[in-house]
Design a protein around this ligand. Structure first.
Ligand SMILES: NC(=O)c1ccc[n+]([C@@H]2O[C@H](COP(=O)([O-])OP(=O)(O)OC[C@H]3O[C@@H](n4cnc5c(N)ncnc54)[C@H](OP(=O)(O)O)[C@@H]3O)[C@@H](O)[C@H]2O)c1
Length: 294
């Protein structure tokens, strides 16, 4: 019999890809917002009692940093209390919980090296604060809960799956429309192909409880990464001028979201670095992208 895996946020960018990838091997219970509102504590407990999955992959969230900043109550209700509801229900029913956290916890980092899970970084945005509080509550309720700090992710647009305003999509659009995009020079971060996250979810279920940086490493700014990726995409020199430096954002000092994934690697789970991840992704380009690049 197949193991049961439940995915919250199953209509979202990440959740829809996780559900699609694992449905051959697992009995996937897709919990989109219309199936389960995670802010309803009783509904969450009842849903988990009834479905009895082996693991919950918790992807439901208010995932936009700006929306959380403008509506902190909504962020707290969904990203913190909704997550606590799931943690309590998982405890009651003996279910493993994997929580999708974020590198925005490091948004206040001025370190000149990639951030470690143990670094105490000032929390400077609402989204990062609620993700951090949710991690703490999970580990209080469920010491074997697994909190995965994800970086900015990208993918090709895939029919039937939610798209996002990700770096690859923005670069492809810039090439199609011949319209330059500006990327910040003071913003350091890893950027991860979502399929690498998806495929690492299964080994992540076996990790000891705790917090893990979970994405591609990088020492480059967003601007430097954009230039390098455009170099991989565009064979025509004119197109290579489509990434411009944005000197204004984060000009008061660097913003360092980059993550050290040594803890994860020590458990045998790995990611390619940011540029190798883009190379792997492009090797799998769908036909319409190949046509665009020719
Ligand atoms: N995408 C990234 O680059 C990135 C980076 C770091 C971390 N993350 C984290 O990874 C997870 C997945 O992100 P994503 O990009 O897939 O986000 P997404 O596309 O916005 O998906 C989140 C899903 O959660 C649903 N949702 C919102 N409120 C809900 C509620 N009260 N009850 C049930 N479902 C609710 C949303 O439904 P509606 O669409 O109807 O609102 C949406 O389908 C999130 O925890 C996010 O914070 C993402």
């Amino acid at each position: 019999m197949k193991k049961r895996m439940m995915v919250t946020g199953a209509d979202g960018f990440l959740g829809s890809r996780i559900a699609a990838y694992y449905e051959k091997k697992y009995e996937v219970i897709r919990a989109g917002r219309s199936d389960l509102n995670i802010t309803d504590e009783n509904a969450v407990a009842e849903f988990l009692r009834e479905k009895t999955p082996a693991a919950v992959i918790h992807c439901a969230a208010i995932s936009d940093v700006g929306t959380c900043e403008n509506n902190p109550e909504l962020s707290e209700t969904v990203n913190l209390y909704g997550t606590v509801n799931l943690a309590k229900a998982c405890k009651e029913s003996g279910i493993k919980l994997l929580f999708m956290s974020s590198d925005q916890i490091y948004a206040g980092s001025r370190l000149e090296r990639p951030n470690l899970e143990t670094d105490q970084i000032p929390l400077i945005n609402v989204y990062g604060r609620h993700k951090k509080q949710a991690e703490e509550k999970i580990l209080e309720i469920l010491p074997d809960g697994i909190c995965l700090r994800l970086s900015w992710m990208y993918d090709f647009p895939v029919r039937g799956l939610k798209s996002s305003n990700n770096l690859l999509a923005r670069l492809l659009k810039a090439m199609l429309q011949n319209q330059p995009i500006c990327l910040p020079v003071h913003d350091y971060r890893g950027i991860t192909w979502v399929q690498e996250v998806v495929k690492n979810i299964e080994p992540a279920m076996e990790l000891p409880g705790g917090i893990y940086n979970f994405g591609s490493e990088s020492t480059c700014s967003s601007y430097e990464t954009g230039i390098q990726v455009l170099g991989l995409l565009a064979h025509n020199n004119d197109k290579r001028k489509l990434v411009l430096p944005n000197e204004d954002s984060f000009a008061g000092g660097i913003r360092n979201l980059a993550m050290d994934i040594g803890k994860l690697k020590s458990q045998g789970v790995d990611f390619p670095d940011t540029i190798s991840g883009f190379e792997k992704c492009l090797e799998n380009s769908p036909e319409y992208v190949m046509a665009l690049l020719r």
